[in-house]
Design a protein around this ligand. Structure first.
Ligand code: NAD
Length: 239
């Protein structure tokens, strides 16, 4: 019988992270969730309260993981503000969670990942590749995740650890639902802006993550998949 595979999923209490945890569990994986707040725990074999922007909090949780096949960095936060008014504290929070947190988790789990020649999947965003006014911290943090992915992928290849980023377009999660509710986002406008004409569902990202763990992707590392319904390729010329 083959050994049960193990994953650590950050941001496991909501949205994409929760969907990834549930999908992996459904496929027979043992999933450890890391989040700063508890979720409903669906699909989790284990859960730890972790603030990914705090290196010590991450290291303490990582000490309990001796071997793992997969790390999914899905913990993330956004902020919308004109750059001229963006508070340093807000900048530091967004970069601290999205970029530093991704690094701290990958670094702390490197021994456990190399023990199983594992995979790291980092959630970037279309905003890593396209500038959006009012999102300087978010765009910069996600662009940082793209280059961090390439650097770690190149550096850790000799240890058999692969590192891949996924840049989704808009995904129907609580983060986005909040934007619909407070008027910062308009679902019809997002659908119209997306060549495939709709948002993605969290389960589609979860299916992609599970697929990336499969043998056909063993040669994939140090790169970013734009999983965005054509969003970044579209020059939005009037039509
Ligand atoms: P979400 O808000 O639904 O879930 C994010 C989770 O991260 C939450 O459970 C939250 O508690 C956790 N988290 C936040 N800060 C944390 C911290 N410091 N330590 C530990 N956990 C923390 O968001 P989502 O929509 O599922 O997004 C998941 C990831 O995908 C994020 O990195 C986001 O930037 C990225 N992304 C989302 C979309 C989208 O449209 N939803 C698009 C592109 C990229």
């Amino acid at each position: 019988m083959s050994r049960q595979r193990h994953a650590v999923v950050t941001g496991s209490s909501s949205g994409i992270g929760a969907a990834v945890a549930a999908r992996l569990a459904g496929a027979g994986w043992a999933v450890t969730g890391w989040d700063r707040r508890p979720g409903d725990g669906t699909g989790l074999a284990d859960w730890r309260r972790v603030d990914v922007s705090d290196a010590e909090s991450v290291q303490a949780a990582a000490r309990e993981v001796t071997e793992t096949d997969l790390l999914v960095n899905s913990a993330g936060v956004g902020a919308i503000a004109p750059s001229a008014e963006l508070k340093p504290r807000t900048w530091e929070r967004v970069v601290g969670v999205n970029l530093s947190g991704t690094f701290y988790c990958a670094q702390a789990l490197f021994p456990a990942l190399s023990a199983r020649r594992g995979l790291v999947v980092n959630l970037a965003s279309v905003m890593a590749h396209r500038a959006v006014p009012g999102r300087a911290a978010y765009c910069a943090s996600k662009a940082g995740v793209v280059m961090l992915t390439e650097t770690l992928g190149v550096e850790w290849a000799e240890h058999g650890v692969r590192v891949v980023a996924v840049s989704p377009g808009y995904v129907r999660t609580p983060l986005v639902a909040e934007g619909f509710a407070n008027g910062n986002l308009d679902e019809a406008a997002i659908a119209a802006r997306t060549p495939l004409g709709r948002l993605a569902e969290p389960e589609e990202i979860a299916d992609l993550v599970l697929t990336l763990t499969g043998a056909p992707f063993a040669y994939l590392t140090a790169t970013t998949l734009r999983f965005d319904g054509g969003w970044t390729a579209d020059g939005v010329f009037p039509r």
